[in-house]
Write a protein that binds this ligand. Structure first.
Ligand code: PGA
Length: 263
């Protein structure tokens, strides 16, 4: 039986004092039960602060990205060993924002190359995380143009294959996949729950082809994209959705606790 999982992705938000205040409010509002896991992925700069505040709770801390090298001349980057050192349990990889797939209107075109992660770099990152026993949260999802062209399943299957190339089922057993339709992220547009469940089911079937049935049954498949208190229960009650990856709503303690309570 897969344990439900809710992960808050704070993205580039909250300074140290703001992060501390947000976690203190969260700890007053909820305590994860033994049947569900809850994690927060803050910026690199506040992981340690959050990890310390979580120390006597069941909450987990995670990172939003990682670099695959161990150490060395990689200015601006952070390794999986460094994430392990600050007690990261999870790490997001291949988010559509780090893949540079967010709307060009919101980001000047000249900055897109700074966010140009590929399936190959996602694969290297997953291997580096697994080596440190950090559970990867692999994000996959289609853009609106890909959906409208009828390519949703094909795009996601190819992202999964590329990201999981050369990885054994036994290694990814505790890994997580998050289905995040790019057009639903931060837009307020949620994917219809039946369609989100269908895609999550398709992801599980692809995982069974890449690994095997048993591994695919163990891997948690989350939905992400404008999850909020008002729609969480409907989404999380779908048979193929094991929880959520929550962006904007994870910054507000009351809203995030509502989402957690719905699992
Ligand atoms: P959102 O972001 O909940 O703000 O849409 C989700 C995500 O990017 O993981």
């Amino acid at each position: 039986m897969r344990k439900k999982l809710v992960v808050g992705n704070w993205k580039m938000n909250l300074t140290r004092s703001e992060a501390r205040a947000a976690i203190e409010s969260l700890l007053l509002l909820i305590e994860p039960t033994t049947d569900a896991e809850v994690a927060i992925c803050p910026t690199y700069l506040t992981i340690d602060t959050v990890a310390q505040l979580f120390r006597r709770s069941r909450f987990r801390v995670g990172a939003q990205d990682v670099f695959w090298g161990n150490a060395g001349a990689f200015t601006g980057n952070v390794s999986a060993a460094m994430l392990k050192d600050v007690e990261c349990h999870f790490c997001i990889v291949g988010h559509s924002e780090t893949r540079g797939r967010f709307g060009k209107l919101e980001v000047p075109e000249s900055t897109i190359p700074y966010f140009s992660e590929t399936d190959e770099t996602v694969n290297l990152k997953i291997k580096a995380l697994l080596y440190q026993s950090i559970h990867p949260i692999l994000c996959v999802g289609e853009t609106l143009a890909e959906r409208e062209a009828g390519n949703t399943d094909r795009v996601i299957q190819s992202q999964l294959k590329g990201a999981l190339e050369g990885i054994e089922g036994a290694e990814f057993w505790e890994g997580v996949v998050a289905y995040e339709p790019v057009w639903a992220i931060g837009t307020g547009k949620t994917c219809d729950s039946a369609e989100a469940s269908r895609v999550c089911g398709m992801i599980r079937a692809s995982l069974a082809e890449i690994f095997d049935e048993e591994t695919a049954e163990a891997i948690r498949v989350l939905y992400g994209g404008s999850v909020k208190g008002a729609n969480a229960q409907e989404l999380f009650s779908q048979p193929d959705i094991d929880g959520g990856l929550v962006g904007g709503a994870s910054l507000i303690a009351e809203e995030f606790s509502k989402i957690v309570r719905s699992v």
